[in-house]
Design a protein around this ligand. Structure first.
Ligand SMILES: CCCC/C=C\CC(=O)SCCNC(=O)CCNC(=O)[C@H](O)C(C)(C)COP(=O)(O)OP(=O)(O)OC[C@H]1O[C@@H](n2cnc3c(N)ncnc32)[C@H](O)[C@@H]1OP(=O)(O)O
Length: 284
């Protein structure tokens, strides 16, 4: 009797979120004790620009979530307007050589960790997701987005060649023709356009709803054998992962050569300035 009462209490217990990590500052992890799903939140003010430290924290958090045998990983942002502004342009403009190298290696590591993640992954895109932000969203297996945002790889608009891993992400999500065109044009899509072309799976009106949708997606795997699911995912991604490993070193050198080019530096300087000017204009 006592035992069944205890069990029914356990069953009815409200879901409790527990923070798994205190070591990191730029990301937080909350594990829902009821669902076993970990929410990984980008938390670098003001716009989650991906610098060396944020990428490092992301890598550590992904590993922590995998090691703790969570049932799934949801990626989101603590900012209610920006999911991630992409790579921190300050790391690329007049760069410190060692940090620039580290930046790219860490970005490659994050992509690799998520692309080959054993767990089901989902992105609750609660704000703008340009470039590196789009990379983080599209490396996941499911995406839900809030209205009035934008998402896409705008690299070519900035004179940057998108690396192959952007292509892998888009080819997993979009028809080849759409992927090629949008990557080569540097297109940014509104939430509505993103839904229409299949770049996001769903649109919801609040972050809470977005997290619920992601949870539901991860729950669709509840009755599937975890090893079989994980190996099936790896099988689909094996050729991309193989090509990535073959080209990884070359990809790093291309990035470094590219950002050290005087023309590229001039362009980055103008772009960074225009972003700052935008704020000055808003203040007037
Ligand atoms: C992915 C594969 C790798 C390929 C290589 C590189 C790709 C990249 O990721 S390059 C980065 C591309 N990112 C962008 O083009 C985004 C530019 N930013 C924006 O469009 C807007 O800032 C954004 C919509 C994200 C947010 O808009 P707001 O909320 O209105 O904020 P502000 O624009 O006022 O920005 C606040 C503050 O941040 C500075 N900022 C913006 N983006 C970046 C960035 N990517 N890196 C560094 N700093 C950034 C902006 O200048 C403002 O600075 P202050 O004026 O000093 O406050």
């Amino acid at each position: 009797m006592m035992r069944s009462k205890f069990l029914s209490l356990l069953i009815r217990a409200p879901s409790v979120c527990r923070s798994m990590s205190t070591a990191t500052k730029l990301t937080t992890i909350d594990v829902n004790d009821k669902t076993g799903i970990a929410t990984l939140t980008l938390n670098r003010s003001p716009i989650n620009a991906l610098n060396v430290e944020l990428l490092q924290d992301l890598n550590e958090s992904i590993k922590e979530i995998e090691d703790n045998k969570s049932r799934g990983l949801i990626l989101t942002s603590s900012n209610d307007k920006v999911f991630s502004a992409g790579l921190d342009l300050n790391e690329m403009y007049r760069p410190d050589k060692d940090r620039a190298r580290l930046l790219w290696i860490k970005l490659q590591d994050v992509w690799l960790a998520l692309y080959s993640c054993d767990l089901p992954t989902a992105a609750a895109i609660n704000g703008y997701a340009p470039a590196g932000g789009c990379l983080l969203a599209t490396v996941c297996e499911y995406r839900v987005m809030l209205p009035k945002c934008r998402i896409g790889f705008n690299e070519t608009q900035l004179g940057i060649v998108p690396p192959i891993f952007c292509m892998f992400n888009f080819l997993n999500v979009l028809p080849r023709r759409v992927a090629e065109r949008s990557l080569s044009q540097g297109q940014m899509f509104t939430t509505e356009q993103a839904l229409q072309i299949g770049l996001v799976d769903d649109v919801v009106s609040s972050k809470g709803e977005a997290l619920d949708k992601c949870t539901k997606f991860i729950d669709t795997f509840a009755k599937v054998n975890p090893l079989a699911r994980s190996l099936a995912k790896q099988q689909f991604r094996a050729a991309d992962l193989q090509r990535f490993q073959t080209e990884r070193a070359k990809d790093l050198e291309s990035f470094l050569a590219f950002i050290n080019h005087p023309q590229m530096q001039e362009g980055l300087g103008i772009y960074l300035n225009s972003l700052k000017k935008k704020q000055q204009l808003n203040a007037v």
